[in-house]
Design a protein around this ligand. Structure first.
Ligand SMILES: [Zn+2]
Length: 433
């Protein structure tokens, strides 16, 4: 057993080699399976193209000797047994995966890299003769992108939480209920409502993804071990002032709801810029303003805004939010503008265990000495996987930071480097869990 272990480490250090051409062939082949008459490369849940893409993927997995199955929500899993044991039913798997659905007018890499990179990882580990303690599962989580059913990360959410509400199944989009849609994808919707896995059922989860932001490119690095997914506080503020003539109303007699927003936009930018210097990905935004009556010569009587702040560090999130509240309260009081706060939410950040981050960071640094730790500002399936297993993401650069658009691009060399890091990270994490 001991000598076998050393043999395993030797192989790991020297012989896992992913195949860039094979990876690119898979990515381009899946990109061919897209919805007709749409821009870019579009596969929306539950379209015929999305179903066909997953049938293609499932056949690929089976051709590689993986056993495949769908869970109740329709997540697709391919299991490769590299444990050397015949019966793996009691072993906890390591999951590598992401999603193959897209936004409208999408690119070719967001999500697909994590799934097809997982497939390539499985092939490369098998070819290198690697023995893993855990079965390796390549996952394609259902419908990560939000759809008109108004659920994002549907597959991972239904799998890992009890937040999937059975009444959602009756929602109907273009005449198709969610129940029918999940059933069309091969799921069993009437089993949903309870988590499909328990905490501890999965040994670890790794997700390779394009960054979908400009940080890696700006810092000229090719790999990042993601330090976490930022937490968010947001709400809807309804500000009620008094609409009145812009010429006839003196400044000291106004109740200008839009002037309050002006103060708040500056305050949110100031506090987030200052907080961002701490390196935890702090950001603050007001991206939408509804103004009534929205006339050039009328003081705004009613304004609705949608402020949000994000950071990896929830103390920073709370501190920024407090500035938002203090500022809006003071600015409203000064102008006798009424404030109603609705739909306030506070979503916790998700941080991988320190050992896991160090392990994956070491793998990344091995290939790019400049590799960085960076938070993810976007939500991913890993948010939910992190509730049931140690979970981490690896990022590769997005050219111009673009994504969710046909222009989304990452060089084949960077895509391949990400998969190489993923494959080695699986081996390293397998030893630790
Ligand atoms: Zn994605």
């Amino acid at each position: 057993m001991t000598s076998f272990k050393y043999f395993n480490i030797f192989i790991t250090m020297h012989h896992v080699k992913i195949n860039q051409q094979r990876l690119m062939d898979d990515l381009m082949a899946l990109a061919q399976i897209t919805e007709p008459n749409t821009a870019g490369w579009t596969r929306r849940f539950p379209s015929e193209a999305y179903q066909r893409g997953r049938q293609w993927l499932r056949a690929k997995m089976e051709a590689e000797g993986m056993t495949t199955h769908l869970d109740a929500v329709g997540n697709l899993f391919g299991t490769l047994n590299l444990t050397g044991q015949d019966d793996i039913s009691t072993l906890k798997p390591i999951h590598v995966g992401s999603h193959t659905d897209t936004v409208m007018a999408a690119g070719r890499f967001d999500g697909m890299l994590g799934v097809l990179g997982g497939l390539e990882t499985a092939r490369a580990l098998r070819e290198a003769g690697i023995v893993l303690k855990h079965p390796l599962v390549v996952s394609d989580y259902l419908s990560e992108e939000a759809t008109d059913y108004a659920i994002a990360c549907m597959g991972s959410l239904a799998m890992c939480t009890s937040d999937f509400k059975p009444e959602w199944l009756d929602r109907s989009v273009r005449g198709i209920t969610l129940r029918q849609a999940i059933s069309d994808m091969g799921g069993q919707p009437d089993q949903l409502g309870q988590p499909l896995v328990k905490a501890g059922d999965i040994a670890a989860s790794l997700e390779l993804h394009i960054e979908q932001g400009p940080v890696l490119e700006a810092r000229n690095v090719r790999l990042a071990a993601v330090s976490g997914i930022v937490g968010i506080r947001r709400a809807i503020f309804e500000l009620t002032g008094k609409a009145n003539h812009a010429g006839g109303t003196p400044m000291n007699l106004r109740q200008d709801a839009l002037a309050v927003v002006g103060r708040l936009i500056c305050a949110i930018e100031d506090v987030a810029r200052k907080m961002a210097e701490k390196g935890n990905g702090a950001v603050g935004t007001i991206g939408k303003i509804d103004i009534v009556p929205n006339q050039a010569n009328v003081i705004a009587g009613k304004v609705t805004i949608y402020p949000e702040v994000r950071s990896l560090d929830m103390q920073e999130v709370d501190a920024m939010w407090q500035v938002v509240l203090d500022t809006v309260n003071a600015a409203c009081a000064e102008r006798q503008v009424g404030l109603k706060i609705a739909n306030a939410t506070r979503m916790d950040s998700v941080v991988p265990p320190a050992w896991m981050h160090e392990t994956v960071m070491a793998v990344c640094r091995n290939h790019d000495p400049q590799a960085i730790a960076t938070p993810s500002g976007a939500g991913h399936d890993s948010n939910y996987l992190a509730l049931v297993a140690p979970a981490i993401m690896i990022f590769v650069p997005s050219v111009d930071g673009r994504s969710h658009a046909p222009e989304e691009y990452t060089s084949p060399e960077d895509l391949a480097l990400g998969v190489q890091a993923l494959a080695e990270a699986v081996v390293a994490v397998d030893k630790r869990v």
